[in-house]
Design a protein around this ligand. Sequence first.
Ligand code: SF4
Length: 477
Amino acid sequence: MCGIVGFIEKQREDISDVLVNSLLILQHRGQDAAGVITYDRSFHLKKGQGLVQQIFQKKHIQRLKGFMGIGHVRYPTIGPGTGEDAQPFYTNHPYGIGIVHNGNVMNFFSLKRKLWNERKWQVNSLNDVEVILNVFAMALEDFETGKETDFVSNIFKAVETVYSLVRGAYSVILLIGDRGLLAFKDPHGIRPLSMGIKQGGIGFASESVVFDYSLHKLKRELLPGEAVFVDKDLKVFSRNILKNTYRPCIFEWVYFSRPDSIINGIGVLEARKRLGRALGKKIKQMGIHPDVVIGIPDTGRPAAIEVANELKIPVSEGLIRNRYITRTFIMPRNTKRHSSVRQKLNPVMSEIKDKNVLLVDDSIVRGTTSSEIVKMVRSIGAKKVYYASYSPPVISPCYYGIDMTTNEDFIARDKNLDEVRKIIGADLIIYGELKDLASILPFKEPCMACFNNNYPIKPQKDDIEDIEKDRLQWNLL
Ligand code: SF4
């Protein structure tokens, strides 16, 4: 999971200011690395490892001059996540092109080999965005030197070439020197990307909450297989290059996105509240009578309030989050995850001691966080601990840009409810229902593959082996 932004403003020379501040707003989507590239009459790039505030100082923002630019916050799903692999990536030819993306190229390793074998194009990094950049740049160069001379139709044809070669989930923004910004979504539109407009400027962002800050009006979400080009005079060209079933990632509403974001017209907070109400109804039917409901901060809190309303019992802030510790789910290594739970959360004895406590979480993936939390709550005197997840059991890997790519990642994959309960150490485990999850979106078939094994793009055996080898290699470091 990563966050991307791109802005173009006609009358502006300091676009880096809005880019860096937007990356701060998207920091929850990746805390491993960040970068910005801008353009005035040449390109200006700054990227590095760490949080946005650690990477960008005033002198960098002043140096990153330009009226258009793109930015990225990274969480690595391929490779070790070193500074070299931080985005944006850039190529000199044709025009000079900068690129950022959110997602995952499933056939990254085989495409890398293909580019070398067939064209002697070197993909240097372990970042999958580099193959998208190379495929796009190669195709654009071919079309520009061919008979077709119209630049806009050439870039759309180059995106078509990307679609024909690159398998996976990817939302992409490209900065094309002296020309403008190009944004596109993969043919199933799995990862989010929205467009905003204001007088004299246009923007793209992974989440609409960026536009609340930048004062763009949220125009719309890009469609699956759609590319939008904004030239330097702010003329907008869009083309539906491939029309496929829309299959947006449902986990954006469950966990990834900020609650104040709106994706595809559906508010993230409202979706979590609906899931909480459905969970509350299920718990009521089960005849369980806790004394208090506690949401696991931050994602679990809105649902916990709804569960408490349904059960007509108090909801409490019984777990306090240290705001200066980063999110655990997106921490790459299990040992880091484990130790950070206790740094991140602290239980409040007065809210827990001698009570039957119902904890509400967004999901249970590996069970590492859940078991640590249960231990903490028991250690300060809870009588009983019920653990509820408002999403159903996570059982299958995600190959689309989330760090749960190997089967070993899932506690519920091959265990029944009671086995999961024992490992987590709770008195009871309750999961949300698949049908309630599906009902939060108006789409016929959103991607819910990690819950139901129904993949929009079937992973091929070779790709899975390459991906698993890569992740295991770096997890073992
Ligand atoms: S598999 Fe799960 S996390 Fe991955 S894109 Fe689909 S719904 Fe999202």
